[in-house]
Design a protein around this ligand. Sequence first.
Ligand code: 5GP
Ligand code: ZN
Length: 113
Amino acid sequence: MDCVFCRIVAGEIPSDILYQDDEIVAFRDINPQAPVHVLVIPTEHIASLSDVTGEQSGLLGRMAAVANRLAKSEGIAEKGYRIAVNCGDQGGQLVPHLHIHLLGGRQLSGRLG
Ligand code: 5GP
Ligand code: ZN
């Protein structure tokens, strides 16, 4: 499949991986929007948050837990950080493989859009 994040999971595209298990991979964003910008993704190809089923809701919780742990290890947990999921075209999603953005290390804008 021609999916950039599936290729990262497969090790075909190099990335700065911070966490990896059978179900979840986290790596630094190639074009960081903040001093800390990490992407947390499922190893399974799920195109978008809108494709997550009830049975997969546990996966989202575990992805959030990985993001929270990385916020601690990256040293941004105390001052605060942002978790964002872009969904679909107008939601600003460019890569069609579900991902959580973990952003921090500077004062983030209060506006979301
Ligand atoms: P989206 O706009 O889909 O929510 O975010 C996609 C993110 O993936 C962007 O922040 C972009 O910089 C990042 N990205 C795209 N291609 C690559 C890549 O090959 N490697 C890494 N590490 N990040 C990527
Ligand atoms: Zn994929």
